[in-house]
Design a protein. Structure first.
Length: 222
C-alpha cells in the first residue's frame, strides 16, 4: 500500500493536466508572482525574500517549479506533470480560503480591507506552510538546481517569534538537518533521472519504512 505522501505526489502530478485548460486553476495571482530570483531585491550579494508576503512566498515555489521542469519533461508537456505542483496549489488554496490571514483580528494582515497579500505569523496554516515552502526551496538551492549559490538566498523574519523559523540554507540545515537532507536526496535522484522518481519513491518508502514521508506529512498533520 502506498503511503500518504506518495498519494500527494501522485495527485500533484495529475492535477495540472486539467489546469492546462484554464489558467484560473493555477494558484491565485500566479501570473504576477515572481518567477526568478532576479525579481527580488538583491543586497550584499544576497536575494532578500519576504516569506510573509503571499507573492514573495509563492514566488519561491514558482522558481522551484520552473527550475525542476526539465526533470519532469519526460512525463508530459508544459511542466504539467511536475510532481511538485502540489506545494503551490496547496499554498494558493490557503490564501484563497483566508487561512493565511491573522486569525486573532488584531491586525489587518491577510484581509481584503487591510493588507491582502500579508501572511500572518499568527496563522497555523501560514507557519506550517513556511516549512513546507522554505525547506524544499532552500534544499533545492543547496542541491545546486536553482541557479544561485547556497549563500545567496536570505529570508526575512516575521515581527515576533523569530526563533521559530530558519532563514537561509545554513540556518535551516542546522535547525532541520533531516528534512533538508531528505529533500536534497530527492533532488539528487530527480536530477539523475526524473522519470524514475515514482519507482524511487516507492523503493525509498520500502527501505525506510515510510520514513521519507515524514518530511512532508509531519507538517501536514502536526
Ligand atoms: C475576524 O474578522 C473576520 C472578518 O472581518 C470575521 O469573519 C471573523 O469572525 C473575525 N474573527 C474573530 C476571531 O474575531
Ligand atoms: C543566515 O541567517 C541568519 C539569521 O538571519 C543570519 O544570522 C546568518 O548570518 C545567515 N547566514 C548566512 C550564511 O547568510
Amino acid at each position: 500500500m502506498l503511503p500518504p505522501y506518495v498519494l500527494i505526489f501522485v495527485c500533484a502530478g495529475f492535477l495540472p493536466a486539467s489546469m492546462a485548460e484554464s489558467s484560473a486553476q493555477y494558484p491565485p495571482l500566479w501570473d504576477v508572482t515572481p518567477g526568478r530570483f532576479q525579481d527580488y531585491p538583491f543586497e550584499a550579494n544576497r536575494f532578500i525574500i519576504n516569506p510573509w508576503n503571499y507573492l514573495e512566498r509563492m514566488g519561491m515555489y514558482k522558481i522551484l517549479l520552473s527550475q525542476s521542469a526539465k526533470y519532469f519533461s519526460d512525463l508530459g508537456p508544459n511542466n504539467e506533470e511536475n510532481l511538485l505542483w502540489g506545494l503551490p496549489l496547496q499554498h494558493g488554496w490557503q490564501f484563497h480560503t483566508g487561512r493565511l490571514a491573522d486569525p486573532t483580528n488584531v491586525t489587518t494582515c491577510g484581509y481584503e480591507a487591510g493588507d491582502p497579500l500579508c501572511i500572518s505569523e499568527e496563522s497555523w496554516w501560514a507557519c506550517m506552510n513556511y516549512h513546507l515552502c522554505t525547506l524544499p526551496v532552500l534544499a533545492a538551492v543547496d542541491a545546486g538546481i536553482m541557479g544561485v549559490s547556497s549563500d545567496q538566498v536570505q529570508l526575512l523574519p516575521p515581527q515576533n517569534d523569530q526563533e521559530n523559523f530558519c532563514y537561509n540554507v545554513t540556518d535551516c540545515e542546522s535547525a532541520f538537518p533531516e528534512v533538508m537532507g531528505k529533500w536534497k536526496a530527492f533532488y539528487e535522484v530527480i536530477h539523475q533521472s526524473g522519470h524514475f522518481v515514482f519507482h524511487w519513491l516507492v523503493w525509498a518508502d520500502v527501505k525506510n519504512g515510510g520514513d521519507l514521508g515524514l518530511s512532508w506529512i509531519d507538517w501536514l498533520i502536526n
